[in-house]
Design a protein around this ligand. Sequence first.
Ligand code: ADP
Ligand code: ASP
Ligand code: MG
Length: 828
Amino acid sequence: MKDKRWAIHKFGGSSLADAACFRRVADIVAELPGGTLGIVVSAMRGTTDALLGLTALAERGDRGFADALAGIGERHAATARELIAGPRLAELLDAWQADAARIQDLLHTVAGEGEPSPHARDVVAGFGELWSARLLSSYLAERLGEDRAGTWIDARRVVTVRQTELGPAVQWDVTRRRWRENLAEDFDGIVVITGFIASDEQGVQTTLGRNGSDFSASIFAALAGADELYIWTDVDGVMSADPNRVPEAKIIPSLTYSEAMELAYFGAKVIHPQTLVPAVEHGIPVIIRNTFAPDQPGSRVLATATSEEQIKGITAIAGMALVNLEGSGMVGVPGTADRLFGALKKAGVSVTLISQASSEHSICVAVPESLAERARSVVAEAFAEELAGGQIQKVDVTPGQSIIAVAGDGMAGTPGIAGRFFGTLGRAGVNVRAIAQGSSERNISAVIDTSEATRALRAVHSGFYLSAKTISIGLIGPGSVGATLLRQLERQGERLREEFNLDLRIRAIARSSRMLLGDRRIALDGWRQALAESTTPLDLEALERHVDADHLPHAAIVDCTASDDVARRYAGWLARGIHVVTPNKKAFSGDPGYYAELKRSCRAGNSHCFYETTVGAALPVIRTLRDLVDTGDRVHSIQGILSGTLAYLFNVFDGSMPFSEIVLAARESGFTEPDPRDDLSGMDVARKLTILAREMGSTIEIGDFPVENLVPENLREVDLDEFLRRLPEHDEAMAARFDAARKRGRRLRYIARLDEHGAASVGLEEVPPDSAFSHINLTDNIVQFVSERYSANPLVVQGPGAGPEVTAAGVFADLLRLAAFVGDGVSV
Ligand code: ADP
Ligand code: ASP
Ligand code: MG
């Protein structure tokens, strides 16, 4: 006999927060395909809490409820005035006045004057839905015309329930009859219906429990024989975890009734657990949509799944306590559990989770915290004899617990889900107190401390949903190398994600005075401007905390500065588990004690430190040396040209042009540091040699070996301008060195040497024309390793050893190496 199409749309309190929200809802309703529509509404956001607050005040005898009530009224009146005018507005305000008077009466009785109504709390709490229904209905009539809209139903006249221990049970026969009585059979417009409120069999007002409007909507969908039930809320759908707690949460496009039920029951507030019961019975699809993003498709809850993910979501319910009954006297004694649950049932304590060790030495149950004391005392009473006799040692209660659960139909029969769940909790340092898995295998739950719940949610979520190779990265020093690296990452990011499942997320960029922090990631096409506009002052500790976020599997800091202060922090970062990637030489060429500390920190934090680009830019110098050492070769000596700048200067210096002019031209072209003395002093080469020495196990320090400073003594302390002006004074001396070498058929090269006994030197040398060092190009670096394996013919690494492009590419390559180390997790 069903000949017309019905759809039910429910708008939650978050969708009805203010006048703008009502307009948005009306826009959505106006756009819906025709047919008969039931619009179920919650109270305006916060109203139910506010109304319950009034009863709480009255219960304490606090007269402040009168003012508070006026405040609630003012908010509704103001919203109504923004939306409606004329007689419709007057009608609404009159109705509100009458309701306010009734609430006042009820509260006075609660406050101790007169006969208190046993149901005052429920009655007061339910007014919010009446107000929002009237308001929306009037507004829709104004917008869409009286022909289509303007009808509303007070659900108390229809929905009849019996309150049971398992929540309200709908009395379908009465409810159906009343539905027919309250809406004409041929009705085909838009009817607005109050959510949340209902009546009991005696006709007394009651509610469907907090968040019960979802349930109301589902009841009305069943009554109307609706084709679909839409739940409009403030998120894009059912997400893999509460998006307010897990920023990475993803929308679940499709899930089964049982999955949705499991998630709802275990705390996914987005739908009320009972909502699905009528929908399931009538096979009505439930679609969760976002009022604030109506173009999003939302989540569809259906009888059968259309996706194959094994787990659908992760939830947490707070406010639990564990009651633990423990004693050797319980082992092998039948009926203990029965007595325990019997006692709890009698006291009206509902049990959310049960866990018993197979030794039967203890049984523990999770119950709502508010009932924990009651639970403890009834259990102690039930087992009083055993407690006195010592067969049961104790009944204790641990408050402040949360249940974290993973749910999904696809978990059944899939090995490894529990392993991953508990593995990620363990790695996040979250202690698990009790565990339960139903044999339906649709849910695994663990009881943990509430203070750790958000961290646990994030860790478990990333364990299941994120690529194991997601690295949260902070970059310090976006100068030429840093900025080039960001550009390279921007270009390659998509490909790395698609091809290698590798997600290198820049989440912080810092320069000397300020920093930019991004919650998920910083958009790399606009970082420059965003950083320039950022007002967040540089705070390396805050940066460290932000980068090392709980919800991301790995964290790394890329230091592209030359700063000693930043380098001093590596040990702390590494010890905390934050990886370090850097072209900054300071940490590896300074104090040997600190260098040893870095190595210890890596071990302590199970972290990695990559600094290939400190020597020879992207050339594999350190890696080659490490491979030799690690595979048991004995390196006898290393020699090479380690400065691209000095390589260039002496390549170009052929006697035809004074040395000072070459330096100035090189400076102009950006081949030297801004102050060329930083290159000419040889310090940079000495640092690189020290780094190589340490890789060979030597502990040499700068100062232990001779370093030839090419800056004339009288120009070392003067300011830069004077240095540049007076450099020609020394051209003659340089020319003389060049000529002397030429006479012997040799060329000048700035060379670093090191042998296995720790003897080292850095300085200008004459090299014969058949030496490899004679024939290098431009800024080439060249390093020769002589070892036991490479004795007759040294191992040579040669190529461009300077410049932002290659250096940045080297840092990038180090990041990829890091990813290869950390990414050994499997992904679902
Ligand atoms: P409404 O007022 O529309 O009924 P609620 O606040 O009751 O909205 O429910 C929506 C909220 O549910 C979201 O804002 C979100 O914080 C929370 N939530 C918890 N778990 C989930 C989840 N798994 N998916 C989506 N939302 C969730
Ligand atoms: N207004 C009620 C509450 O806040 C019901 C609902 O919003 O679903 O619990
Ligand atoms: Mg809700």
